[in-house]
Design a binder for this molecule. Structure first.
Ligand code: CP
Ligand code: NVA
Length: 301
């Protein structure tokens, strides 16, 4: 059987993504009602972290426990990966012993190389370019609160990097329009934007981008690995904050999401993230349920 990987949302079809979304909701209900469901009994997920994490580690590790399996936390600091063992060799060796590999790293090429040499599914748990697992949770959260996102308008405010680029993929796969507000010099990959020109538009004004939006989403100004650019980015992104004035441009029933961790009064004001339109806590919790559905989809025998 061919091994399926999850490096970007595009590794699953529209139909498969909808199946995973609905299964995430089912698994959530089953877990909340105390039902035991262990399709991954005796299976192990290796979790390689080259960057920090709270939500991703906890959701994958807990998800594997709930599905009857085991998760192995591997930081690059404590494995031979951090001492320069070739990725190809590491992928061959690790995948000869476990049933799935989750990796959070820097260049997207790293997860592609792992996938090329692994005999088990590779799950991208964030690279500099994409964060597809977060989108599974975001799409489930929107669906639970408002129903299908098809035909709706989503506004992305902030950096054009990993989260934004996963939203661009999602625009096609979940069928919504995406209005991106980002400063010049922080645009998403122009080729990716051009591929999706029918549904993705770039704005330099946050309020223009937020007009009539059904969902407003943002992320930190300086991502992991960009800490030394914090000062520079505070200046560049000063007009790209989600605040009450920006939310007032969106529809009255618009939702607000943020993958977290958040910086109140940088990319989002406290009144918005802690306000009535914010669904960030459901969004964070849904990392667990959506990824359980993904793990089951990729790994259940
Ligand atoms: N949103 C997200 O991926 O959070 P962590 O960095 O805490 O895993
Ligand atoms: N863009 C952020 C997302 C964190 C979950 C980062 O890469 O640090």
């Amino acid at each position: 059987m061919t091994v399926r990987h999850f490096l970007t949302l595009k590794d699953l079809s529209k139909e498969e993504l909808q199946t995973v979304l609905e299964r995430g909701i089912e698994l959530k209900n089953m877990q909340k009602s105390g039902e035991i469901h262990e399709p991954l009994k005796n299976q192990t997920l290796a979790m390689i972290f080259e960057k920090s994490s709270t939500r991703t580690r906890i959701s994958f590790e807990t998800g594997m426990t709930q599905l009857g399996g085991h998760a192995l936390f591997l930081s690059s600091r404590d494995t031979q990966l951090g001492r320069g063992e070739p990725l190809e060799d590491s992928a061959r060796v690790i995948s000869s012993m476990v049933d799935g590999i989750m990796i959070r790293t820097f260049e997207h090429k790293i997860v592609e190389t792992m996938a090329e040499y692994s005999r088990v599914p590779i799950i991208n748990a964030l690279t500099d370019d994409y964060h597809p697992c977060q989108l599974l949770a975001d799409m489930q959260t929107y669906y639970e609160h408002r129903g299908s996102i098809a035909g709706k308008t989503v506004t992305w405010v902030g950096d054009g990097n990993n989260m934004c680029q996963s939203y661009i993929n999602a625009a096609e796969l979940y069928d919504f329009k995406l209005r991106i507000a980002c400063p010049e010099g922080y645009d998403p990959n122009p080729e990716l934007v051009a591929e999706h020109a029918d549904r993705v538009e770039i704005f330099r004004s946050t309020k223009d981008a937020a007009a009539n939006a059904d969902l407003v989403v943002t992320d930190v100004w300086a991502s992991m690995g960009q800490e030394e650019e914090q000062r520079l980015r505070e200046k560049a992104f000063a007009n790209f904050q989600v605040n009450a004035e920006v939310m007032a441009c969106a529809k009255d029933d618009a939702l607000f999401m943020h993958c977290l961790p958040a910086h109140r009064d940088e990319e989002v004001t406290a009144d918005v993230i802690d306000g009535n339109q914010s669904v960030v806590w459901d969004e964070a919790e849904n990392r667990l349920h959506a990824q359980k559905a993904l793990l089951e989809f990729l790994m259940a025998k």
